[in-house]
Write a protein that binds this ligand. Structure first.
Ligand code: NAD
Ligand code: DAU
Length: 339
């Protein structure tokens, strides 16, 4: 199979590419990425030379470029990870979220219709369901939970989901959607909670906790998300949504304290800052459907996954220090400038 993976120079997309090249060496992976501030080509350097891997710098909103690529590659499957993914940035400037997350998704699906496809898979998020109250631990997001978004980010992701389902019903496009909870693991951009706190701890900088740190997220190790995505594209039912999450709810403040402890740093680094506007209180996924239909269960326990993640950031300081300094943005020019 030839699989186009969009957003593959980002956190989850890159981990997915590593997973797929390892588990399915017979498949060809074509990574499409615009290399926004969140895309880091150096993440993919180990796989760049593989004969069954190709990197293409391309904006998914560039219709002509996308059509040209489909003509060349004739993909069997498209997995769309490409997105603006950070909630705080969507509060600062929603417009690029609408452009990439909705218009870009439409362009990819038009290409799928025009050239034919076995499967289009949309990587969505649990944030499309809005949030749950802290005092109702019995409530979880199922695939039937109504869409009820809070931020421009989650609204743009929900808009894309609706468009994907419309292309299935109207044009018969063979689609699936997955909605996963918060991921953590190697190569996550240090603007997100866990890598930001690790990087700040290591630099003895303040640890900015929003509000009182009581918001709850349902954390999943990134490789478990990759495995679930692989199962869905191979065995998931067309036209279906699958929630992905591991019943691992934690308060932000407890995560930050845990990171301090693991790195031997004092909790006095913790600084409570003004809350995020519209801040969702609690996310919690019910993964019963993907478990029943595809046999998926998370394999990495949080205690093990967070230690592995912390160790990774300790041993890959170059990767995140280049990001923090902005140096990584010159990597593409260094690699490709003269070619
Ligand atoms: P990320 O921000 O780390 O990576 C996004 C990637 O998309 C980057 O490499 C970026 O360069 C690329 N990109 C952005 N705009 C593009 C465009 N117009 N054309 C081509 N490439 C473009 O994001 P992530 O955390 O890896 O998330 C990947 C996907 O998973 C997103 O769709 C996100 O909504 C979803 N998701 C993320 C999480 C999470 O916890 N991080 C959880 C559930 C779902
Ligand atoms: O649930 C899935 C979503 O998880 C994905 O769709 C998003 O792409 C991904 O970014 C993530 O969204 P969150 O907003 O939950 O992640 P973030 O890491 O930004 O924040 C996690 C929690 O930590 C949230 O309650 C806000 C809080 N926070 C975050 C940062 C960056 C802080 O308290 N301080 C911080 O500095």
């Amino acid at each position: 199979m030839t699989i186009i993976v969009t957003g593959g120079a980002g956190f989850i997309g890159a981990n997915f590419i590593f997973y797929m090249l390892r588990e399915h060496p017979e498949d060809r992976i074509v990574c499409v990425d615009k290399l926004t501030y969140a895309g880091n080509l150096s993440t993919l350097k180990e796989v760049m030379g593989k004969p069954n891997f190709r990197f293409v710098k391309l904006d998914i909103c560039d219709r002509e470029g996308v059509y040209r690529l489909f003509e060349e590659e004739k993909p069997d499957v498209v997995v769309n990870f490409a997105a603006e993914s950070h909630v705080d940035r969507s509060i600062e400037d929603p417009s690029v979220f609408l452009q990439t997350n909705i218009i870009g998704t439409g362009v990819l699906m038009d290409a799928c219709r025009k050239y034919g496809i076995e499967r289009y898979h949309q990587v969505s998020t649990d944030e499309v369901y809005g949030d749950l109250p802290l005092d109702r631990p019995d409530l979880f997001f199922t695939e039937e939970t109504p869409l009820h978004t809070s931020s421009p980010y989650s609204s743009s992701k929900a808009g894309a989901d609706l468009l994907v389902m419309a292309y299935h019903r109207t044009f018969g496009l063979p689609v699936t959607i997955s909605r996963c909870s918060n991921n953590y693991g190697p190569y996550q951009f240090p603007e997100k909670l866990i890598p930001l706190m690790i990087a700040n701890c290591l630099n003895d900088r303040p640890l900015p906790v929003y509000g009182r740190g009581l918001n709850v997220r349902d954390w999943l190790y990134v490789e478990d998300h990759c495995k679930a995505t692989d199962l869905i594209i191979r065995r998931g039912r067309v036209g279906e949504v699958y929630n992905i999450g591991g019943h691992n709810e934690m308060r932000n403040i407890d995560i930050v304290r845990l990171i301090c402890r693991a790195l031997g740093k004092p909790e006095r680094l913790i600084t409570y800052v003004t809350d995020r506007k519209g801040h969702d209180m609690r996310y919690a996924i019910d993964p019963a459907k993907i478990h029943a239909e595809l046999g998926w269960l998370p394999e990495t326990r949080f205690a093990e996954g967070i230690q592995r993640t912390i160790d990774w950031y300790l041993t890959h300081r170059d990767w995140w220090e280049e990001i923090v300094s902005g140096e990584y943005q010159h990597y593409y020019e260094r690699m490709y400038g003269d070619r």
